[in-house]
Every structure is written in structure tokens, then in C-alpha cells.
Design a protein around this ligand. Sequence first.
Ligand code: HGY
Ligand code: MN
Ligand code: MN
Length: 415
Amino acid sequence: MNLEIDQKRLLSELETLATISDAVPPAVTRIVFTPTDLRARAWIIARCEEAGLAVRQDAIGNILARWNGADAAAPAVGTGSHIDAIPNAGKYDGVVGVLGGLEAIRALQRSGLRPKNSIELLVFATEEPTRFGIGCLGSRLLSGTLSAGAAAKLKDGDGESVDDVRRKAGFGGKLEDVQLQKGYYKAFVELHIEQGPLLERSKTSLGIVTRIAAPASLRVSIEGAGGHAGGVLMPDRKDALCAAAELILAAEHAARSSGAVDTVATVGICEVFPGAINSIPSRVKITLDIRDTDLARRDSVMQTIEQTSLSLSQKRGVSIQSELLNADAPAECAREVRAALSDACRKRGFPFLEMVSRAYHDSLFMSRIAPTGMLFIPCRNGYSHRPDEYAAPEDIARGALVLAEALAKLSSSSQ
Ligand code: HGY
Ligand code: MN
Ligand code: MN
């Protein structure tokens, strides 16, 4: 099979997409359903149509671009990722899997292969939790992991619901119709940057994911008593920020002392009210992001947070309310998809590392409805979700090539 990736075109498309952003380069910001996101979608759809793919968008804004196989009735093989980017992010997270997936399909078309199973490129809606507080809304709805009713009610920072926002962005239709029927996909493979340092440290250019960590996130609101920074003596205080500080350190300690390096806890947002230098914080809102490849360990950190909240409210006279945003199970990657990826690496003589994904991905939810796997490429210093995120052109092209080989195998293509 004469399969070649057009590296020059792939990289140029990646650079072009990076310019469709709400941030000053090299940062990229692309929040779901914003005008910038809609421009990026339109640009991607035009590239898919140029490749002769049949494109549709569903009610939550997932883009599904299909290369029809010889047996149109057979389950398709899916690939893809996301193009939404958190504020002040990089240009590779998600995009490598979308443009790399598109180039893999084009390379298969150029090679003359005819897939038996259709191959479908997915651009998932809102993989990042930035706007609606919960990530992977598109793949949760496709897989039925989140009900349409629960999704419609989610609100953004301005209090607008998913339903209002999506309709204003031009996505009508019923969210109930997003869920794919059982057996829609024969397999799903996602190409993604590692978002960690292991591949670079081990000088390996490809990673085959064995397991995707289980993410949980919650919002915590702490109400104390404000007051004058001079007039209120320490024994009389109910300082919401000092309570938050103890809770944050308790979460960090629980993750560090779980007995495994895979347990992580992050407080990414901390809002202090009233936020004046000489006023005791009366209200603090924080977010907690807790993950582990092992569900029981992840949940024990969640319990520690709950117990600490209880004892802190008694000790400090504050009230602590938690809102669980998500608590998902981990995913095992499917043997047959891992085999298609490892066979492709071996066929090309590419070394690879079997590894865990500590970031979550849409593959976490696609694994609920289809045999799923992920292929990682290195990113410099493991940096991601920051403007200096970087993946080398030859690594991106190699990832797309292995993806193409795996898609050919999974779609039982013939010459
Ligand atoms: O947070 C994550 O793991 C993903 O990058 N959204
Ligand atoms: Mn991300
Ligand atoms: Mn991502």
C-alpha cells in the first residue's frame, strides 16, 4: 500500500486553523459556539467537503464527515477529536487528531484503498469544560452518557443554557437525536498529543494508550463572614479564604498520599469575594478537578474532600456547599484497536510506548459505545493548555501515518 502523508499540507492547515482564534498568537483560544468557533467549524467543513466527505452536524454541533465505504450498511470506523481550545491554550490539543484524521483519510484515498466500512471523521462539540463547566458534551451525548435533558439545562458563565446558546449558534434540532444507535461504530481511534512528558523523556515518538483516567470535577462555594480587616479580631473571624486554603491543601495532600502517582488533584479556579485588600473574604468559589486511573483511589480523594469540608465548617463556622459536575469511570482501550495501532507501528518500524492517558478525551465516552483506542505523539516538555504547546512536524505526520494504517486495517480495506 503506497500510503503517504502530505506533511506540508497538514502543517499548513494546522497553522491556518491556529489563526482562527480569540487570542494573540502563539496562544489559541476557541470557545465553543463563539463566532470564532463557528468560523473554525466552517473552515474544517470546507476541508472535509474538498475531500469528498459527506458532512453533517448534529444538534449539539458535533461534525461527522463520512468517507463512504463499499458496504454503506456496515458499522463505520470513526476517528477525530476536538477543535475547541481553553483560554490561552496551544494550537495542537485536539487539532492534531482532527487534521491528522482528515489527512489520514485523504492519504488512504490517494493510495487507492477502498474501505469496506465507511470511515468517519468526528469533530466533537465542546470537549473542553470552559463554557459549560463539564467537558466532552458532544461525546457524552453521542454515547448516551449524559441525557439530553441534563445537557440542555447546563449553563455558561452568563447564565445562558446550552439549549439557548446552541440555538443562537444555529444548531436546532433535538438533543435527544444526537445519541448514536448501538453498533453505529465498529471502532473508534483518536490521535492526540500526549499532554505529558513521558514520550519525550523516553525518546519514543508514539504512544498507544491502554487506559484513560477517570475524571471528576466539582464546584465548591464557601460562605463565611466578611468584615473590616482591622476591626475584626482573629478569634471572631469566619474567613472564607482561609477555609478554602485548608480545603485546597487537604485535596493536594490526599492526592499526594494516595499511594499512586496516577492520583491528581487541581484547583484551577478560585474566586474571592469581595476581593478588597482590607476586607475579610466572605465568599470563595473554587473548582476541584480530581483524576486517577483507579476509580476507588479517585473516589477516596473525593471522600476526603467531603469529610474535610464537614470538619472545616464546624471548626471555622463557615458553610461549604459542593456541586458535583461530573464523576466518570475510567476507560480500558480495546484490544483490537490497540492491536491495529501496534501492528501499524511494527509494519513501519516505529517504536512505541504503551501508556495511560491522564488527560481525559472524547475517547473516554466513545469507549462506552465502540471498541476505542488512542494514539499519542510527543509534545515538547509535556506542555499543553499553554501557548508554548508544541508538537514536531515529523511527529504529527508519523502519527497521521500510523492512524491511516490502523484505519485501513479496521475498515477491512481492500486494494
Ligand atoms: O482536561 C482534560 O483532560 C482535557 O484536556 N480537556
Ligand atoms: Mn484540552
Ligand atoms: Mn484534547
